[in-house]
Design a protein around this ligand. Structure first.
Ligand code: ZN
Length: 390
């Protein structure tokens, strides 16, 4: 065989082998990641929920959103609880239901679309704050409450313009419009704003001085002592602002339970009804990075905060406590470690939001209306119908 023919033959053989290799790798990947093509079949959105008349409207509403918390996170919280301890916070809820978090984008959602659905009663697209998918502003439950004499409050361990609080305070096409959200917060009627700042000076986020100047247009900024203002007639709007990740686990100063207690103390200085939204962001952050330790610490924060909220509601009376998540994050499974059985371990399937349904728990007057919920926007419609209008 001539040398050039030999070279051509060898080159052809190598190329053929490479092609076969690539084909097998691709085929293996496809087989591993797509066991089945599950077709998403969107259902028609029903925009008006048919509720019977609302005979039981609570005086106060406390709405806890555990960002990213699915049923496996809940299972883990319950499984790792001390059996000799008294009834867990989870068992104290009368209504234990679920809802489907899909957005108008499809099977999955983000905190903007989901919180907007739960705050306004309208399904919407990814990243949207306080508007429907066509860009029309929708009244949220806080606005309805404020205009009917309620005090309203936000407590979050995330940053104050993050998508979840923003859905109760603003109307804008993107959750990234930080300055717009801050300015709308400063012109809103919200009375308490406790949370962090993040990414100062980056992208749409104003510099620190500008951020504080915007917030000071409405709020008295509390100093580190967290001493509350004396003025209660009407309530002087207050804010407590922290740095990124300053409010994290129970060891943080302050932590979410402390800030929630402070908000409840201030709100009860007046006899007027209130609506409080408390958010724990730790499950979402921990699950995006598959950080099991952070998730476990986040679950403890949620349990301790819920315990004090349920205790408050019991003593105060006439208070609805609602708990849910905006979506599941991480495709988490509560697995067991067979080498150290019955110890458990967290198994992660994803670093993104998933399309799984999430827990919806309720206790107190009006709780019964959440039994039949199956979509997130229905929560917003029920919440709005539970506000006593003057
Ligand atoms: Zn997330």
């Amino acid at each position: 065989m001539k040398p050039w023919k030999k070279t051509a033959l060898i080159t052809t053989l190598i190329l053929a082998l490479l092609l076969i290799g690539v084909f097998y790798i691709l085929n293996w990947k496809i087989a591993k990641t797509s066991p089945a093509d599950i077709q998403f079949s969107p259902q028609a959105e029903s925009q008006a929920l048919q509720l019977d008349s609302i005979p039981t409207q609570p005086k106060n509403i406390i709405f806890f959103i555990a960002d990213g918390m699915g049923f496996s996170h809940l299972s883990l919280a319950m499984m790792s609880q001390n059996e000799t301890a008294a009834e867990s916070v989870w068992q104290q809820f009368d209504i234990r239901a679920w809802h489907d978090t899909r957005s108008t984008y499809g099977p999955i959602t983000d905190s903007g679309a989901s919180a907007t659905a739960m705050a306004t009663g309208t399904p919407t697209f990814f990243d949207v704050i306080g508007m429907d998918a066509e860009g029309n502003s929708k009244t949220n439950v806080f606005e309805l409450a404020s205009s009917n004499g309620y005090n309203t409050a936000i407590v979050t361990d995330s940053y104050v313009w993050d998508a979840t609080p923003a859905a109760f305070l603003a109307h804008t096409k993107s959750r990234d419009n930080a300055k717009d959200i801050l300015e709308q917060t400063a012109t809103s009627e919200v009375d308490i704003l406790f949370g962090e700042l993040e990414d100062i000076g980056e992208g749409e986020v104003p510099e620190l001085q500008e951020t504080m100047d915007i917030l000071k247009q409405r709020f008295q900024i509390l100093d580190k002592s967290l001493a509350l203002p004396a003025q209660t007639e009407p309530l002087q709007p207050i804010a407590a602002i922290y740095e990124e990740d300053e409010i994290q686990d129970l060891g943080s100063t302050p932590n979410l339970p402390e800030l929630t207690t402070l908000a409840l103390t201030y709100l009860t200085k007046k006899d007027t009804p209130f609506a409080l939204m408390v958010e724990c962001e730790e499950i979402d952050s921990g699950s995006h990075s598959n950080d099991s330790k952070r998730v476990l610490k986040g679950l403890k924060v949620i349990e301790e905060t819920l315990a004090l909220i349920l205790d408050f509601a019991e003593k105060q009376g006439n208070t609805l406590v609602l708990f849910t998540a905006d979506h599941e994050t991480g495709g988490m499974a509560a697995g067991v470690d067979f080498d150290e059985y019955p110890n458990m371990k967290i198994i992660w399937a994803s670093q993104d939001h998933t399309a799984t349904v999430v827990p919806l728990l309720a206790k107190g007057p009006g709780a019964e209306y959440f039994v039949d919920v199956d979509r997130n926007w229905q929560i917003g419609q029920i919440l709005k119908s539970l506000i006593k209008t003057e």
